[in-house]
Ligand binder design. Structure first.
Ligand SMILES: Cc1cc2nc3c(=O)[nH]c(=O)nc-3n(C[C@H](O)[C@H](O)[C@H](O)COP(=O)(O)OP(=O)(O)OC[C@H]3O[C@@H](n4cnc5c(N)ncnc54)[C@H](O)[C@@H]3O)c2cc1C
Ligand code: SF4
Length: 486
């Protein structure tokens, strides 16, 4: 047995991140930032795994990924077996291998006093090897139940539900209002994080397994929701949580202030070859851009603005700057609430260092006060104040710092401050679905207040993550299958 097989790799190898294409090269295009992990890299990183008796990585992962098992197979050069174990719990490891924040790594035992195993990169390597070798194949059911199920929405929750229900033998039709399936994977997440052929290749797999897709069909307008309920034995709603949070300050109505999703989806459409009418174009070229919202969506907007040729980009966040290291109230195995630097931040920083137009982009503890505009009604200035966060008996409270107001010249403002709940007009109203206290669809065991109507994903739990949406799809499929087999 080699030393790797004795699980001592963590003594020999340090954690290494997956290689990224050089900044100067990648900001010139929209192709994926990362390079594919090599076998050598992956085997070394897998060798760092301790194969723990109680694998906290597995407990920290929403789909209960069997990480220690795949690591063992990879270091034994048994990639096909690694893929089989990976596919046991995750329908789309090529999505999560690219996009997941890797909750598993937050729980990795090695992370107590060292860097965690690079689980996400290993997952990506196994999934890509599976495609390259032709091991990932359509898995149509051997027999059909004769039951018809409709899935509304083709994001990761809808796709996972469709795949599971189809594999259980039911005839599944997915209704999607957009021109292509994939939800936020196709329209929202920039191509430089996931190229769209990655989504398309999965959609092809689903089609070959027997899932039908009805695109450009909005349930609740193009197809009455009540009729859908009557036409199918069960309906799964997986429409996401798409009502954007607004920033109702003075000047919000000025031209040049847009929601992040409008900006990001337009860029996806442009890259897919769609012509956008001039008056609808949101383009950062030669503009001074402010992205409001310090999260991942904001960071996606930063990367997009850089690629469009923005003159300057700033990313503004109301909350405090997160700590560099875990704090005592955020111990292992909880996910570390620490400062994360995305590839887009990396690009902005590198562009500054190399002296090109770029941006020291991140500002924390800044409260937007108002916008002002020019005679033509175009946004011209962003006005804000600095705040301080204090611990009080009523929890953390924000206080504006006296005389801290400042203004910045701006040509384009992107609001990336999240989503409040699913869209209520349309199918939710038409069906009379009950909502929970946060205005998401209320369910019990994934079933809504209507007999054959189920809900899953962000529409049920609120804005979340792809890995959680996949788990939601798996869970709702199980409930629907039991319902149909009653
Ligand atoms: C910009 C952005 C970037 C993100 N990046 C990441 C990331 O890197 N990693 C990560 O883990 N998570 C990320 N997320 C979160 C993640 O994308 C979501 O949690 C996930 O996509 C939710 O999946 P879902 O299937 O519930 O809904 P969605 O992906 O929102 O899909 C819902 C689908 O339903 C369709 N639909 C809605 N109403 C109807 C109707 N009436 N009829 C027919 N179709 C309808 C919509 O068009 C859409 O295609 C990101 C979110 C955003 C907004
Ligand atoms: S917790 Fe970390 S070291 Fe332990 S089995 Fe999981 S990946 Fe390996």
């Amino acid at each position: 047995m080699s030393s790797e097989k004795k699980d001592l790799g963590f003594l020999k190898y340090k954690r290494e991140e997956i290689a990224h294409r050089p900044v100067e090269e990648r900001v010139e295009d929209y192709q994926e930032v990362h390079k594919e992990p090599s076998e050598k890299y992956t085997t070394k990183q897998a060798a760092r795994c301790l194969t723990c008796g109680t694998p906290f990585c597995n407990h920290s992962c929403p789909v209960d990924n069997l990480c220690p098992e795949w690591h063992q197979f990879v270091r034994q050069d048994e990639w096909k077996q690694a893929l089989e174990v990976l596919e046991e719990t995750n329908n789309f490891p090529d999505f999560t291998g690219r996009l997941c924040p890797a909750l598993c790594e937050g729980g990795c035992v090695l992370g107590i006093n060292d860097q965690p195993v690079a689980i996400k990169n290993i997952e990506l390597a196994i999934a890509e090897k599976g495609w390259e070798e032709g091991w990932i194949k359509p898995q149509p059911p051997e027999t059909r139940s004769g039951k018809q199920v409709a899935v509304v929405g083709s994001g990761p929750a809808g796709l996972a539900a469709a795949q599971e229900l189809n594999r259980a033998g039911h005839q599944v039709t997915v209704y999607e209002r957009d021109s292509r399936a994939g939800g936020i994977l196709s329209f929202g997440i920039p191509n430089f994080k996931i190229e769209k052929w990655v989504v398309d290749r999965r959609l092809e797999q689903l089609k070959e397994e027997g899932v039908r897709f009805e695109l450009n069909t909005e349930v609740g307008s193009d197809y009455p929701a009540q009729k859908l309920k009557e036409d199918y034995e069960a309906v799964v709603l997986a429409c996401g949580s798409r009502e954007a949070r607004d920033l109702p300050v003075y000047g919000r109505e000025l031209e040049g202030i847009h929601y992040a999703m409008d900006y990001l989806t337009q860029q996806n459409r442009r890259l897919a070859g769609e012509e956008i009418p001039e008056e609808e174009l949101i383009d950062a070229q030669d503009k001074r851009v402010i992205v409001i919202g310090g999260g991942d969506t904001g960071s996606d907007c930063v990367g997009t603005a850089i690629r469009q040729g923005a003159e300057q980009v700033y990313q503004i966040e109301l909350l405090d700057k997160p700590p560099e290291q875990r704090t005592t109230d955020n111990p292992w195995p909880n996910f570390p609430q620490t400062l994360k630097t995305s590839s887009s931040h990396e690009e902005a920083d590198c562009l500054i260092e190399s002296g090109e137009d770029g941006c020291d982009i991140r500002e924390w503890s800044v409260k937007t006060k108002r916008f002002s505009g020019d005679q033509a009604g175009e946004v011209e200035k962003f006005h804000a104040a600095r705040v301080e966060w204090k611990e009080t008996d009523e929890g953390r409270q924000m206080e504006e710092i006296p005389n801290s107001e400042f203004s910045m010249a701006v040509d384009l403002v992107i609001l990336a401050i999240g989503f409040v709940h699913p869209e209520h007009d349309g199918l939710i109203e038409e069906l009379g679905l009950e909502l929970d206290e946060r205005d998401h669809v209320a369910t019990r065991d994934y079933q809504t207040n209507l007999d054959n109507v189920f809900a899953a994903g962000d529409m049920r739990v609120g804005p979340s993550l792809i890995v959680r949406a996949i788990k939601e799809g798996q869970n709702v499929a199980q409930e629907v299958d039991s319902y149909l087999n009653q």
